[in-house]
Design a protein around this ligand. Structure first.
Ligand code: G3H
Ligand code: 13P
Ligand code: ZN
Length: 323
């Protein structure tokens, strides 16, 4: 398998440096298939945004690791063909073992996350350092995590949040040599992030914890997971066309915009994309029950996804125009 540089991909180092300096965040959009990749690249080329193509362990099992690597290579060529080459990172999301990270590095990934957040602090340091020592030999960047987000990550489900302890971040970064750090300040995974009554606002993020982390590791790249906003108009569309999603809630876009202006330089969004595709597909199925050509429902799903991602780069993360 080729090294990521032969595929035309880049690691996250320069991207993050520029994002911190420029007061914006790079979108990290998850993908599992061709249509999602097309929507991500189409949106980021049109808005001239750098991008992180993010692959979970589950995505790799679903789509096949070789196909995903070559879809990422295809993404690089596709951006050129669309007329504006953008920097693209291929990143492992929530890597849970050294072996998985190693396998991704061997199959063309330019960046990996080792998520030791559920381990003890000492075990997290040990595992993260092992991955960093291996990855850096190949100029692959590594994201670690401190603190636990509520919600579901692959097979792992955490019921409760435990916020990152700012007093740990400096020691963690120093001991592991990690390139970026995911922290827990009140975001969570999935489409059901907070229990709010209709009309109520979700709880604000803990900017005090973020600021204290930044004070202790100034200029160091910070990552936010669980950053879907769960747009209520899209949820309403899903329900209008036969879906059943109740009590959904996400992180407000204003809060993400504010975070993007700080040392938060990577923001992970997956659930919003899932919702957009689901709404578009349900609409076709209800309005055109005789339709059976997958292009006729995957096409509209891809269009809706692309619009959503353009909105994110322009209005939420501020990465539009930065490629
Ligand atoms: O944080 C998890 C991402 O949304 C990926 O989800 O593990 O179901 O592919 P997945
Ligand atoms: P969401 O579920 O909020 O989209 O979070 C995605 C994520 O953090 C991927 O790692
Ligand atoms: Zn995540």
């Amino acid at each position: 398998m080729p090294h990521y540089k032969e595929l035309g991909l880049v690691n996250s180092r320069e991207m993050f440096k520029k994002a911190i300096k420029g007061g914006y965040a790079i979108p990290a959009f998850n993908f599992n298939n061709l249509e999602q990749m097309q929507a991500i690249i189409g949106a980021c080329v049109e808005t001239k945004s750098p991008v992180i193509l993010q692959v979970s362990k589950g995505a790799r099992q679903y789509a096949n690791q070789t196909l995903l690597t070559y879809l990422a290579k295809g993404a690089v060529e596709y951006a050129k063909e669309l007329g504006y080459p953008i920097p693209i990172v291929l990143h492992l999301d929530h890597g849970d073992s050294f072996e998985l990270c190693k396998s991704c590095i061997e199959t063309g990934f330019s960046s990996v996350m080792i998520d030791g957040s559920a381990l003890s602090y000492e075990e997290n340091v040990k595992l993260t350092k092992q991955v960093v020592d291996y990855a850096h030999q190949f100029d692959v960047t590594v994201e670690g995590e401190l603190g636990v987000l509520a919600g579901i990550e692959d097979e792992v489900s955490h019921e409760h949040t435990s916020y990152t302890r700012p007093e740990d971040v400096e020691d963690f970064v120093k001991k592991t040599g990690v390139d970026s750090l995911a922290i827990s300040i009140g975001t969570s995974h999935g489409a059901f992030k907070f229990k709010v009554k209709p009309g109520e606002l979700p709880p604000p993020l803990r900017f005090d914890i973020l600021e204290e982390c930044v004070r202790r590791i100034p200029g160091f790249p910070i990552v936010l997971h669980g950053s879907s906003s769960v747009p209520q108009d899209i949820v309403a569309e899903i329900n209008k066309y036969g879906g059943k999603m109740e009590n959904t809630a996400g992180v407000s876009e204003d809060q993400l915009r504010r975070a993007s202006k700080s040392a938060v330089c990577k923001i992970n969004i997956d659930s919003d994309g899932r919702l957009a595709m689901t709404a578009a597909i349900r609409k076709v199925f209800v309005e055109k029950p005789g339709e059976f050509d997958p292009r006729k429902y995957l096409g509209p799903a891809r269009d809706k996804l692309k619009e959503l991602y353009k909105h994110k780069t322009i209005n939420v993360l501020g990465s539009a125009g930065k490629a």
